[in-house]
Design a protein around this ligand. Structure first.
Ligand SMILES: [Zn+2]
Ligand SMILES: [Zn+2]
Length: 405
């Protein structure tokens, strides 16, 4: 399907080296969960996907019936195409730590059982709803993890990533750990895949990579020769390093693992800082850059990395928060006096809208970006339950993609 062989070693390292820290980097690492308290639901609740279709899909999917309950692969009800939606035959689906959070009940968007997770997908359009105009059976597509409705004020302003009525496969509806998935709002969210981009690579873009892309390009406005600091080199951070390097920026990677920092260097980092051995990360970045970074991203999500990211900026620099601050860190004390005195700019970043995928895909086709380098392994659907459960042990993360259904 696509040549990942030369990248597998690098990706394998990422898997091993990042396990314990990726736990803290949440769904799409930006999804901005307002409330991560577990829900109490009755498994008697039915959800819309259980309507039956005339298509006779006979499909298998990964299912769970309670938060933290057994994950199993079984035959499930057919997907139902909505008037504004499509049914996609899933060809590849990335497994993200957010799926693990969803399974354990950390996500209030999962509101009924049985539930099918999966939100980073690529595939082929199988069926279209009555009002869909831009897509037909057989089209090769992917989509953002946030699907905007296309008609609310945010969508009309071009900001589908913060839609008022967003559909999220695998969270607000059944997802893509299945042979087929029903997607809402197809005309506003499907992205046509260039022939050069295989399904596995496309699936790996769904949250971490596209989120980093939007963070640096749209929010950070990163330009050539600017300094970009990346705090935390997990999936988002390594993606950010690759993207910033491709934009001809100079990158400083910060982590607490020497092996990860070597990987960061191989992906284009100009300088690295081991935060375990450096008591003044912001001071070191200001020194290296001669005044501070133009753009800095907290790709991890902690009080320490967020604070360092703000304090390492030059005057009028831009901090971008991508890692979710969870648990005790969710209301951090931050150096707002510096934000005022240095006129710093603070941004969030929440996925990336479909209408902005084109420029990122073009950079992949041209070889400027190689997201396949961040893929660890591909697995069959039947192995997905074990893969998700394995994330509880911290060692089983990285970009794993289901490619056999
Ligand atoms: Zn994700
Ligand atoms: Zn909308």
């Amino acid at each position: 399907m696509e040549d990942q062989s030369q990248n597998e070693d690098i990706a394998g390292q990422a898997v091993q080296l990042h396990g314990h820290r990726e736990l803290q980097v949440r769904r799409c690492e930006t999804r901005g969960l307002d409330n991560i308290a577990p829900l109490s639901l009755s498994s008697d609740d039915l959800q819309p996907n259980e309507k039956s279709s005339t298509q006779g899909y006979n499909m298998r999917a990964v299912v769970f019936d309670s938060f933290g309950g057994p994950l199993r692969v079984t035959q499930v009800a057919d997907p139902v195409v909505e008037d504004d939606g499509v049914v996609i035959e899933v060809k590849a689906s990335g497994i993200c730590r957010s799926d693990w959070h969803g399974w354990l009940g950390h996500d209030p968007d999962i509101a009924a059982f049985p539930h099918v997770p999966g939100h980073e997908l690529a595939g082929v359009v199988e069926e279209t709803g009555k009002s869909v105009t831009g897509w037909k059976r057989g089209d090769r597509v992917t989509l953002p993890f946030v699907c905007g409705c296309g008609t609310c004020p945010e969508c009309l302003s071009g900001n589908h990533q913060v839609c008022d009525r967003q559909f999220q496969p695998g969270f607000t509806g059944w997802g893509s750990f299945a042979q087929y998935v029903a997607i809402r709002y197809a005309d506003a969210n499907l992205v046509r895949l260039p022939e050069e981009i295989g399904f596995v690579t496309a699936a790996s873009l769904g949250c971490r990579f596209s989120t980093s892309y939007r963070a640096l390009v749209a929010q950070g406005q990163v330009a050539a020769d600017q300094w970009v600091a990346v705090h935390g080199c997990g999936g988002v951070g390594l993606s950010a390093i690759m993207i910033a390097h491709a934009l001809a920026a100079r990158v400083i990677a910060v982590d607490i693992d020497a092996g990860v920092l070597e990987l960061a260097t191989s992906l284009g980092a100009t300088a690295t800082i081991d935060a375990r051995e450096n008591a003044d990360v912001p001071g070191s970045i200001r020194h290296i850059t001669g005044g501070g970074a133009d753009v800095s991203i907290d790709a991890l999500g902690s009080v320490a990395t967020c604070t360092n990211s703000i304090l390492c900026l030059r005057k009028r620099g831009r901090h971008i928060q991508v890692g979710l601050l969870a648990g005790d860190d969710h209301l951090p004390r931050l150096p707002m006096h510096q934000v005022i005195a240095r006129e710093l700019q603070l941004y969030g970043s929440h996925g990336m809208q479909a209408c902005r995928y084109g420029e990122m895909l073009a950079m992949i086709v041209s070889g400027k970006l190689s997201p396949a380098a961040l893929i660890g392994k591909t697995i069959p659907l039947d192995d997905a339950p074990r893969e998700i459960e394995g994330m509880s042990e911290f060692g089983n993360v990285g970009i794993t993609v289901i490619d056999r259904f």
